[in-house]
Ligand binder design. Sequence first.
Ligand SMILES: CCCCCCCCCCCC(=O)SCCNC(=O)CCNC(=O)[C@H](O)C(C)(C)COP(=O)(O)OP(=O)(O)OC[C@H]1O[C@@H](n2cnc3c(N)ncnc32)[C@H](O)[C@@H]1OP(=O)(O)O
Length: 224
Amino acid sequence: MNGRTDPAGPARLRRRRRAVSDLGDALRALVELATATEAPADDLERATESVRAAAALLGGRVRDRSSLPSTDDLLDGVRMYNPVTGSGSALAPPLHIEQAGDLTIGTCTLGLAFEGPPSYAHGGMSALLLDQLLGYAVSASGHPGMTVRLDTSYRAPVPLQTPLRLTARVTAIDGRRVTASGAIATAAEPDTVLVAATGTFVALSADQARRLFGAVWDSGSRAG
Ligand SMILES: CCCCCCCCCCCC(=O)SCCNC(=O)CCNC(=O)[C@H](O)C(C)(C)COP(=O)(O)OP(=O)(O)OC[C@H]1O[C@@H](n2cnc3c(N)ncnc32)[C@H](O)[C@@H]1OP(=O)(O)O
């Protein structure tokens, strides 16, 4: 059930979305502290019990991959558990994205949980951020598609605990294929490219969209 069919309507949906975001904040803080902590084993063991108790509370009612979260709305672009941007995701930094003309701008700070080389971000994380940002730029251009290729060039390590500025823009549209390029820099030195990426995105045909997402889409329609 979502906000359009829920008898208590939009107020209930707003409250649930706020609760999902608050839980996401708490989980991100937990993941970061669980990575940074040097607490003694006694405290780790007590924390483990508390986390297991919280998990038991959440496990009473769960969805599987064939249903959308009740908080989400594909038509409005609400994806609360997106692992890059979702305010409800424990995995997301989260990356905040805004559109300025044809430029897509992302900001985030990566904590110790994203460490690859000591004190720097894992390279896969940089690719994840850029895949999302390029995908957003492609969608914002009015030609949404799925990533079929992502080339990343790692020029300098991305520092943790440092505000980052990411940029992306669409560079070519060729039939179903859209190309976008982007980069990661620090907010303090936005002109120094640390990681650059070029992505190719392909628009789905109606048949492909139905084959890949039909069941999920139908569950969303049934829900509202
Ligand atoms: C604002 C809202 C926010 C929304 C923000 C949303 C952001 C989301 C960002 C996350 C994006 C993802 O992670 S998406 C998830 C990761 N990606 C995937 O799982 C996609 C997996 N790939 C596929 O399922 C398939 O490739 C399809 C369905 C996409 C396309 O299959 P297809 O239709 O059979 O493709 P095919 O005919 O072979 O190729 C179509 C055209 O693309 C070209 N093409 C195909 N593959 C490649 C390739 N690797 N590199 C270059 N070009 C390629 C072909 O040459 C062809 O060009 P021509 O002959 O037509 O010229």
